[in-house]
Ligand binder design. Sequence first.
Ligand SMILES: Cc1cc2nc3c(=O)[nH]c(=O)nc-3n(C[C@H](O)[C@H](O)[C@H](O)COP(=O)(O)OP(=O)(O)OC[C@H]3O[C@@H](n4cnc5c(N)ncnc54)[C@H](O)[C@@H]3O)c2cc1C
Length: 491
Amino acid sequence: MTDTLVVGAGFGGIAVALRCRAMGHKVTLLDRLDQLGGRAQVFEKEGFRHDAGPTVITAPFMFEELFELFGKKLNNYATFVPLDTWYEFYFDDQQHFTYKGDIEHTYREIARFNEADVAGYKALLKLSEKIFKVGFDELSSKPFTRFSSMMSQAPALIRLKSYLTVYGLVSKFIKNEHLRKVFSVHPLLVGGNPFTTTSIYTLIHYLERKWGIHFCMGGTGALVAALKQLMIEEGIAIRLNSDVDQININDGRATGVTLSAGEVISAHNVIFNGDAPHAYRALLPSHLKRQPIRRPDAATQYSMGLYVLYFGTRKTYSDIAHHTIWLGPRHKELLADIFDRHVIPDDFSLYLHRPTATDPSFAPPDCDSFYVLCPVSNLLSGTDWSIEGPALRERIVTALDRTILPGLRDTICADFWMTPQDFKNRYRSEHGAGFSIAPTLTQSAYFRYHNRDPDIPNLYFTGAGTHPGAGLPGVLSSAKVVENLLNGATT
Ligand SMILES: Cc1cc2nc3c(=O)[nH]c(=O)nc-3n(C[C@H](O)[C@H](O)[C@H](O)COP(=O)(O)OP(=O)(O)OC[C@H]3O[C@@H](n4cnc5c(N)ncnc54)[C@H](O)[C@@H]3O)c2cc1C
């Protein structure tokens, strides 16, 4: 019998496994895939390496904490490097905005678009710090398992204007339309539409400014490997290729899981790190399908889907930054197509990852490794991705060839892609959503999936669909919430 069984080896699962181990539990971590990391899988093709998912590290201290639990130092296992240029933004009218860690540079960039917005940006940053102090410092590792805990935070949240959207709040400070897009982009990195995501997420401005944006040398996969080494050293049992078909409940308690191959694994505590809505729909008895607030699936807003094209190039594009955001002609309407109308339009906006800008080991000599991420509707669009996948690849290659990657059509190689259908099949994401449920106000804190089931006291949840939400800082925080609950926190 294992004390604590963690199902799902995404960052939330790995972090909670380590936290439980540090509390003295005997821990088993299992995943249906053949690698650790969840959405942070690593793909290799023809000498090109790709981190499948997360690449931007905004809270390095949260990884350091996991090593410190055991009196160890992260920098003996992995190397984080701060990036000088955080993002390069390209607009449809040929303008571009360079977003750097050097704040004086940011002021100059803002002034190129609109001098008056420099003061607005400074005020936005100040407010972002206040939001961070409440949203991150106070609330992100606090369990929201009772409505009263939500109500006690309501005055602070109202004072900080959490009822506004990220775009709405940014627009109060910034007048230039291009700059509004730049400074409200963050929800898209955690699965939200800036026009509907609660402005609590503007805390990311402060997070970035305080700690910077980092890259783990060797990639996010190297960070997963470092955590794997730590888990092995600390005696956490790891089982891959283990697909959980059922979370077993007996007499109001979780007793373990049944794998698809029929094996039963018993445990005192079960912590689920896969997609929480998937657990309630497919793995648990139907009378428990009541999380988070008895909301029917049809009333739940899922995050967008992701189409990710991984490719190499037989030349280097040395003027392309590590992180690029390429904005198409439409913004608000494009996002409404993706999030609300669930259609796949001909146009798009893109995020381009070029790890070879920082770490040449990702590609053979004189080559580049890339992935391009295109936010699309999740599977609620009804799209047949076996047809749309190759078609969208063509449209994206054409657009990049015409603009920032000239000659791409002739130099692209070793390409392949993931669609929302793959997210559903591989990660068991409900509706193929890239980031579980969307980060709206009515799906946050108490209204998000609770980190402990309301009826089963030893069934816990970490990961993107749970409080506080998606993104690496979010899922690492969800592991802290579970630790707090295991330690007897009651709210
Ligand atoms: C393309 C992409 C880019 C991103 N970029 C960034 C970024 O730059 N920075 C950032 O902070 N965040 C980023 N994110 C978001 C971030 O990666 C995720 O929010 C986070 O990694 C999710 O972690 P998780 O703990 O929820 O687990 P997941 O990564 O979702 O892993 C869950 C695991 O559970 C397993 N599982 C599910 N069901 C079962 C079952 N029944 N049995 C066994 N195993 C099961 C799955 O196989 C999976 O391995 C990105 C996400 C994507 C997809």
